[in-house]
Design a protein around this ligand. Sequence first.
Ligand SMILES: [Zn+2]
Ligand SMILES: [Zn+2]
Length: 282
Amino acid sequence: MSRLDLHLHSTHSDGSLSPADVVGLAGKAGVTALAITDHDIMTGIPDAIATAQPLGIEVIPGVEISSQHGESEVHILGYFVDWHDVAFNARLGTLRESRHRRNPLIIDRLQGLGIDITYEEVCAMAGTDAVGRPHIARILMDKRVVTSAKDAFDRFLAQGRPAYVPRELPNPIEAIQWIKAAKGLAVLAHPTWVKTSEGTLTDLVRQLKATGLDGVEVHYSTHTARQTREYLSLAKQVDLLVTGGSDFHGVTKPDIEVGIGKGTLHVPDTLLPKLKDAAARL
Ligand SMILES: [Zn+2]
Ligand SMILES: [Zn+2]
């Protein structure tokens, strides 16, 4: 059964497998087209393309940008982005710098809680410029301070927990505009995680569409069948494209597999021509 997976992370951000390994797993899962959507970085794309080509798998250049909307983080995915675009890469660089400012503060807090951890060991393990909380979580797992990445977030790293440090983030409109300026399609990631304090999700999606949003990630590993139906009808109602992906990270989300998520994910490959048409019109 041919399928897509348009939401995958690699070692270039906080995933635990290289782009080549992720592509290999996608091939085994029957994925015909995929997007590596690392956080704030697009350096994994060339490796993914080189591995995918001989397997007959298509690679769509992707990226994921975190933004802040009120109390909620809103993630915006970019597809078919011109990953050589100088201005866009400079913006991604600024986002990565804000992580670099935040990470040592998180480590300070963990040390203050009596945990033996240094930023040097986190950076050494990450081996990428896009160091983030999942890397810190992995060190905490290695040191057996926590039992899983989820445990690390629940006890220390998530908003409201003792080692949480806020990060300066763009607003969703900025993230969308950056992606559009780099000739990409902008898509609202995993709507299940969006918390709206004022108005409904539909209001927010309409507002974002007016500023350039192209699509919604309707198919997602943790969406229930009912949520998938709801988001599908939202996409129809607001006239947005439909996308989907697993949000595979490897060891930090061990229950999520490439292509099939928790086993029930199926992103139909019939969505791809519509995305390509829209990208061609940009
Ligand atoms: Zn996300
Ligand atoms: Zn993601």
